[in-house]
Design a protein around this ligand. Structure first.
Ligand code: PRT
Ligand code: ZN
Length: 286
């Protein structure tokens, strides 16, 4: 049988949809009917294992899966022997220390001798050690945010994205401990055949990511303004210039990062560009 790479993705949760969308955007087809634990792509040598996110670093380290998509926070907490292959840019969040809203706070020394509830005892333990703070860590498995109000701990260390969970529970974020996003991890000892497949997958992921961070931009410009506009939108190699039916006008096409586009927008219009279209790019290979 030809070789397959096994990828572990979260079965259901905050990472699942974005993980599967990324794989689909890479042109990889598969079926993941509800309740399925395994699936194989029909057009790429990839087999899927649908798992709980907590188990993914361990399964990848043990070689049950070759690669996996999981939060960087889980990778750091589990401290298994895996290679971080790529940051994926979704499921961004931070692991932060928080305390009751009304409590005065000036520095990390607040936590000296205090108790902190968390589901991330290793990351928190290392952080406190690094800052020479001695605090008692209460490891709990969920609903960390209620710990201070029921008298279980003085503060908490939990994942935050919008901050509304902390607010609703009368807590304030006082210190960021770890920043996280979804990452692609791999077993450190993949066979050469599996590495070749992984390289193909990484090539596609890069093309999708580069495409997402760039835009295809088209605009009409008077011919006299072309030199100035070319300076503003350099493009991949150089912009495409096509004559319009109307004498003295051209259409300029280029590829820009979204940021670059907004930065240069006013100058482009001042230089005479009009009818500006900004189109998303699905994939981009540079
Ligand atoms: O069932 P399984 O074990 O697979 O999933 P899970 O319930 O353990 O994890 P899940 O799906 O909740 O989260 C998976 C991953 O998503 C996490 O490991 C993080 O990498 C990432 N992520 C991103 C988050 C958040 N944002 C997040 N906001 N994980 C959890 N939260 C929780 C947080 O714990 C808190 O309860 O959301 C609440 C805070 O959100 P805000 O927006 O109110 O600040
Ligand atoms: Zn989990």
């Amino acid at each position: 049988m030809d070789q397959l790479v096994r990828i572990a993705v979260q079965k259901s949760g905050r990472l699942s949809d974005d993980s599967l969308s990324l794989i689909k955007e890479c042109g990889i087809k598969f079926y993941n009917g509800t309740g399925k634990l395994k699936s194989t792509s029909t057009n790429f040598p990839l087999e899927f294992l649908f798992l709980r996110d907590d188990d993914i670093p361990g399964y990848v380290a043990d070689g049950v899966a070759d690669i996996g998509i999981v939060g960087h926070n889980e990778v750091a907490e589990k401290a298994k022997e895996v290679v971080l292959l790529k940051k994926l840019g979704f499921s961004k969040c931070r692991l932060s220390l928080a305390i009751p809203k009304g409590t005065p706070y000036s520095s990390l020394s607040y936590f000296e001798g205090k108790s902190i509830a968390t589901t991330y005892p290793n990351i928190l333990g290392n952080f406190l050690k690094q800052h020479q703070i001695k605090a008692e860590i209460h490891e709990i498995s969920g609903s960390v945010e209620i710990a201070p109000s029921i008298g279980l701990a003085d503060g908490i260390c939990d994942l935050v994205s919008s901050g509304s969970t902390l607010m609703m529970n009368g807590l304030k974020e006082v210190q960021e401990v770890f920043t996280s996003e979804a990452v692609l991890i791999g077993n450190p000892k993949l066979t050469d055949g599996k590495k070749t497949i992984l390289d193909k997958l990484l090539f596609r992921i890069n093309a999708v990511q580069t495409g997402k961070s760039n835009k295809y931009v088209l605009m009409n410009v008077p011919n006299s303004a072309i030199p100035k506009i070319i300076q503003l939108i350099p493009g991949m190699r150089s912009p495409t210039i096509l004559p319009l039916a109307e004498e003295g006008w051209s259409s300029i096409h280029s590829v820009l990062s979204e940021e670059q586009f907004w930065e240069n927008m006013d100058e482009l219009r001042a230089a005479g560009a009009e009818g500006i279209l900004v189109v998303p790019i699905e994939k981009m290979v540079i």
